[in-house]
Design a protein around this ligand. Structure first.
Ligand code: FAD
Length: 369
């Protein structure tokens, strides 16, 4: 039986491990965190990703847990909505990231070996397989290894070299945190802009916990993605002197939140998603960034395709090539995030005015049609 190590138990990793097991392969999932990481805001499933969820038997529960957000509203400093954009769903389902991670765990757990609190220290490949040394001190042998360990993938670093070669800085930094749930309007994403910055609130109809988020434009900063204290300092530098709207309140809450999450808005671009017996899936291979609204979709569809291709041939090189050929086009489309970023974070007052005018006319059009 083919033995596959999948590194990272989130959306890509759990989907992949589930389908590998369904195709008769043995999947071991190793997750660095001591338990599932359930933080984050809403993520979207649409088109083929929704079909994959249906084939996994979780679609009714995904729908039941859907975030129930009506749309986005742009507010002024006095918290008045200057424009609203209703979200036209067209079959798309928004679900809190943690809920999706939990549902995937429910179906994968009976089929898959989970190892929490450990990670890969080194990998040595030979003609017959890969010998993996774990940080916890054990050594095991696998036929293949798949990195599903996110934007700052360790598997990618070990098999493809330093992450600087893969990451593309998209000119912004972002942060998410829990917020005072009395703030914001139920079922609306609220965005408040200053030139090159946005502070916002996310209130889903199905979840009591409000979420705060921040985005700001910046050239690359000397930034260590593991250093939470430094992240707090950088966010404070970007927003600490802003007193308008609710920025101070949201910032104070975010800085005190242990689940605070900060990173550069980055994408992953690689000429190939595999090297020998090691492949990558999800953000590790082709992160499109949270501004794409497509991270979960790319992860679910990519994982499903990779498992299908591995099931279709005993030659992993052919499978890896077919997975890539089948998935590149979707990735390329979803990595085009320029319009989303310009809409969320206009650079100037004029840009904000133009965006609000456009949003207003879209709202009026929607009302009259
Ligand atoms: C805490 C968190 C919050 C997020 N919030 C949002 C959000 O609000 N909106 C949004 O659009 N996207 C968010 N994302 C990113 C989003 O989950 C992905 O874009 C997308 O769903 C693809 O998922 P993935 O499984 O490829 O990667 P991820 O969801 O990033 O998962 C990677 C997994 O690998 C684990 N891992 C990392 N390094 C190692 C290692 N060396 N060894 C073992 N395990 C490792 C991580 O702990 C994590 O569980 C978030 C990611 C995380 C981790």
């Amino acid at each position: 039986m083919t033995e596959i190590l999948v590194v990272g138990a989130s959306i890509a990793g759990q989907t992949l491990a589930y389908w590998l097991a369904r195709h008769g392969m043995r999947a071991t999932l190793v997750e660095r965190a001591p338990r599932l990481r359930t933080g984050g805001n809403g993520v979207d499933l649409r088109d083929e990703a929704t079909e994959v969820a249906a084939r996994m038997g979780i679609l009714p529960r995904v729908r039941a847990a859907a975030a129930d957000v009506r749309g986005m509203k742009f507010v002024d400093a006095a918290d008045r909505a200057v424009a609203r954009v209703n979200m036209s769903r067209n079959g798309e389902i928004e679900i809190m990231r943690g809920d999706l991670v939990g549902l995937l765990h429910e179906v994968a757990e009976p089929e898959v070996e989970y190892v929490f609190g450990d990670s890969v220290r080194s990998m040595e490949e030979d003609a017959g397989g890969v010998t993996v040394s774990f940080e916890g001190g054990t050594t095991r042998r696998f036929d293949l290894v798949v990195g599903a360990d996110g934007l700052h993938s360790s598997v990618r670093r070990l098999a493809f070299g330093p992450e600087e070669g893969a990451l593309r800085h998209m000119g912004h930094y972002f942060a998410f945190a829990n917020a005072d749930s009395a703030l914001g309007e139920d079922r609306w994403v609220t965005m408040y802009n200053l030139p090159g910055k946005m502070a916002g609130l996310y209130r889903s109809g199905n979840h009591a916990q409000a979420k705060a988020y921040f985005i700001f434009r910046s050239a690359p900063l000397a930034h260590d993605h593991r250093d939470a204290e430094q992240h707090r300092t950088l966010l404070k530098e970007a927003f600490g002197h802003e007193t308008s709207w609710r920025v101070r309140e949201l910032l104070d809450g975010a800085l005190a939140d242990p689940d605070f999450y900060f990173d550069a808005l980055s994408q992953v671009h690689l000429p190939s998603w595999s090297s020998g017996r090691v492949a990558l899936v999800g953000d590790a291979a082709y992160c499109a960034s949270p501004a794409s609204g497509a991270g979960a979709e790319l992860a679910v569809v990519g994982a499903y395709r990779l498992a299908e291709e591995l099931a279709g041939t005993s030659d992993h090189q052919i499978a890896f090539r077919r997975y890539e050929e089948g998935h590149r086009e979707l990735v390329k489309r979803k990595q085009q995030i320029g319009p989303n970023v310009r809409m969320m974070v206009p650079k100037t007052h004029l840009g904000m005015w133009a965006r609000n005018g456009l949003a207003l006319s879209m709202g009026l059009l929607a009302r009259s049609s």
